[in-house]
Design a protein around this ligand. Structure first.
Ligand SMILES: [Zn+2]
Length: 685
């Protein structure tokens, strides 16, 4: 591992800091923290922490000695001064006299000693930083170092790798107990440059930011060299046969890793997937010891809150035997959740019986011969789980190459997973109603599609925006923000539809809600209209709906967790307008299509509903059309747009709300919801 220190950058950050009144030591503390944070081989997703001991004025202007330590869960790569809350050092140090202290009490004392009472909570490792005397302290979880310490013979191997430059601290749950043990070990060891926290990570310290940082890099490099020199040659694994496409495997895995919600009939707890593969992953997945390793545990304790302690291990899927793969995946996922429930019940009893179980679903699925999936309630959580799973594979493979991988005990994993201060890193998240669900919206570049994508994303769904105009889909996906996926899709082309739904399955793991909205209007008096016009309209306004519904149902059935098809049928389906036959007739057929899906797939838990909307400003009703129609009727544009029973203009957002309502109404299928401000001629009967 190479040092990332650049004198010029260090000087620049100090110079910029000076202008903002930031202490030069704090500027360098920020600089090296970012250097550490940007390397995924050192820390991942909020892991690791650093500190600085300095002096500053409190709110009353008195100068005091403070500890500035990274805030709990803050990202090191992008940290700012506010990410280093300052605490009075002396009262924190005085806590060493206590034998133990409760979590709530400790957090209370920390908060009482913050210089700025609005500052975020300090890192869960704050006491380690307070007790050690050094000015700069860096703590990371480097993959290479973990390969040398996550070993049955960890202490001996560390002595070989690091000599007496590092002192060895036996495993304890991070927090007060570990901090007390660490300072004891440090005081016993004479001159060490850092501490190894067994089965957890590395601490280095120094009088300057650079010294602590360069020591970290040097020790990680030593571990890397040691692994390279001592690697046993591992027998090449049997190469896998050609696996089926990820798009076919992902919905099966996603379905297997879902759970019926026992509080609401028809509801499921679903997860979003992120797929990863590559030579290192495949070599590992094809290895002979995979079964043992998949039950071995995490590489550093705080990963448990992201990946749980163990991945789900699935068989290699074969293209011509997908039904068997689906069956075995379900069985294995059920074994996984049963094992998780037993693990929780057993350790909760030991811990006093007052903990509440997290959901028992896996957060990492290893599929032999194919790759791995990270799983999460959001796509971001799935990505984090996948990143950690990749680091886990790298670390465990190297640990096995120089010895035998060994994690902390199951009891220790439980204590970390259910430690309130670890769970606090995830934040108190109120779950939105569509959390864990994936919605695909066609015609998403237009007004109604875009409003629906925004509405569904705000309700917690992951959204895929499909439009024949890729740039329009992209623009609206950017407006939605987050992880919205933009895809070019021409619903009049079967190949384009298949490709788009395969992309959705690869990207999110599957689909739960389809909003089939793409459409365009053709006019003509039905007795005289040419057949070509009628064909074109049917291709888009009927077959387009059928193609996307078929593609969505195929994925929904592979998941086995139901789903929801929503169609935009427009008022023309029930209340034809003069000379609008070429548009209204295929829309009427689409109303029948919706009912047919409701009938044929109700037993699969797949619901089908439609919205009958009218007079919405959109690509089908442009400002020019509004002007000309208003003129033709001799009314104002405003009057034309509000010409309904309620006298209110209907917007794309109103239609989006109707789709959302249908998506959430778990006992409603074959329904048409009218969104037109009131028009008796278009009312359902
Ligand atoms: Zn740590």
């Amino acid at each position: 591992m190479k040092s990332g220190w650049v004198d010029r950058d260090a000087e620049a950050i100090q110079a910029d800091g000076a202008k903002a009144g930031i202490d030069p030591d704090l500027s360098l503390r920020i600089y090296t923290t970012r250097l550490l944070g940007r390397d995924p081989k050192l820390v991942l997703h909020g892991g690791g922490n650093t500190s600085l001991k300095t002096r500053m004025r409190d709110l009353l202007g008195t100068e005091v000695e403070v500890l500035r330590v990274k805030a709990s869960g803050a990202e090191m790569a992008s940290i700012e001064p506010a990410g280093f809350p300052a605490l009075r050092l002396e009262p924190m140090r005085a806590l060493r006299a206590l034998a133990t202290i409760g979590d709530d009490e400790l957090v209370g004392i920390e908060r009482a000693n913050l210089i700025d009472p609005r500052a975020p909570n300090p890192s869960v490792e704050v006491m380690l930083h307070a007790f050690l005397p050094h000015k700069f302290i860096d703590h990371t979880h480097p993959t290479a170092v973990l390969s040398t310490i996550d070993q049955a013979r960890g202490e001996q191997i560390c002595a070989e790798v690091f000599g007496d430059r590092m002192a060895f601290v036996p495993y304890l749950l991070p927090g007060f107990g570990l901090a007390k043990k660490a300072i004891e070990v440090f005081e016993r060891a004479r001159a060490c440059e850092g501490l190894i926290l067994s089965k957890h990570g590395l601490v280095t310290f120094g009088e300057t930011a650079r010294e602590a940082y360069e020591r970290m890099i040097a020790f990680v490099s030593r571990a890397e060299d040691f692994i390279a020199r001592n690697r046993k040659s591992v027998a090449a694994a049997e190469p896998a046969r050609r696996p089926p496409p990820v798009a076919d495997v992902a919905p099966i895995v996603r379905g297997a890793c879902s759970e019926k919600d026992d509080k609401t009939e028809g509801a499921w707890r679903r997860l979003v997937l992120e797929f990863r593969t590559g030579n290192a992953i495949l070599d590992f997945l094809n290895g002979r010891d995979l079964q043992r390793l998949s039950k071995a545990g995490v590489i550093t304790p705080d990963h448990t809150i992201r990946t749980k302690n163990w991945p789900l291990l699935l068989d290699a899927p074969e293209p011509e035997r997908m039904a068997e793969f689906a069956l075995s995946s379900r069985e294995k996922a059920q074994e996984f959740t049963k094992r998780y429930r037993d693990y929780f019940a057993h350790h909760n009893k030991r811990a006093g019986g007052y903990k509440r179980s997290l959901d028992p679903l896996p957060r990492v699925a290893l599929v032999r011969g194919l790759g791995l999936f990270g799983l999460g309630r959001t796509r971001q959580d799935a990505i984090i789980a996948a990143d950690i799973a990749e680091a886990w594979i790298e670390c465990v493979a190297d640990a096995e190459a120089i010895g035998r991988f060994e994690s902390i005990s199951e009891a220790d994993m439980f204590d970390c997973e259910y430690w309130p201060l670890e769970q606090a890193k995830l934040g108190a998240r109120e779950e939105p109603p569509l959390a864990g669900q994936v919605a695909a919206i066609t015609g998403a570049g237009g007004a109604i599609g875009a409003a629906t994508a925004k509405c569904f994303a705000a309700a917690g769904a992951e959204v895929a925006l499909l439009d024949v105009d890729r740039a329009a889909a992209r623009e609206q996906a950017n407006a939605v923000g987050g992880d919205a996926l933009a895809l070019a899709c021409d619903v009049t082309d079967g190949g384009s539809v298949s490709a788009a739904f395969a992309k959705i399955a690869e990207h999110f793991g599957g689909v739960d809600i389809l909003v089939s909205n793409a459409g365009a209007a053709w006019q003509g008096r039905i007795g005289e209209v040419d057949e070509d016009t009628l064909h074109k309209s049917f291709e888009l306004n009927f077959y387009g709906h059928q193609r996307v519904a078929q593609a969505a149902v195929r994925i929904m059935r592979a998941q086995g967790t139901g789903g929801c098809l929503l169609f935009n049928i427009s008022k023309q389906a029930v209340n034809p307008g003069p000379n609008f036959g070429p548009y209204g007739i295929p829309k009427a057929a689409t109303l029948a299509l919706m009912r047919q899906y409701a009938l044929d797939y109700g037993a699969d838990g797949i619901r089908a509903n439609a919205v009958n909307a009218d007079r919405i400003r959109s690509g089908l009703l442009t400002p020019e059309m509004i002007a000309s129609r208003a003129k033709a009727r001799g009314v104002s544009e405003k009057h034309y747009m509000t010409g309904n029973l309620l006298g209110r203009e209907v917007t794309a957002e109103d239609v989006a709300q109707a789709f959302l309502h249908q998506a959430l109404a778990l006992k409603t299928t074959a329904d048409v919801t009218t969104v037109d401000g009131g028009n008796i001629a278009a009312a359902m009967r």
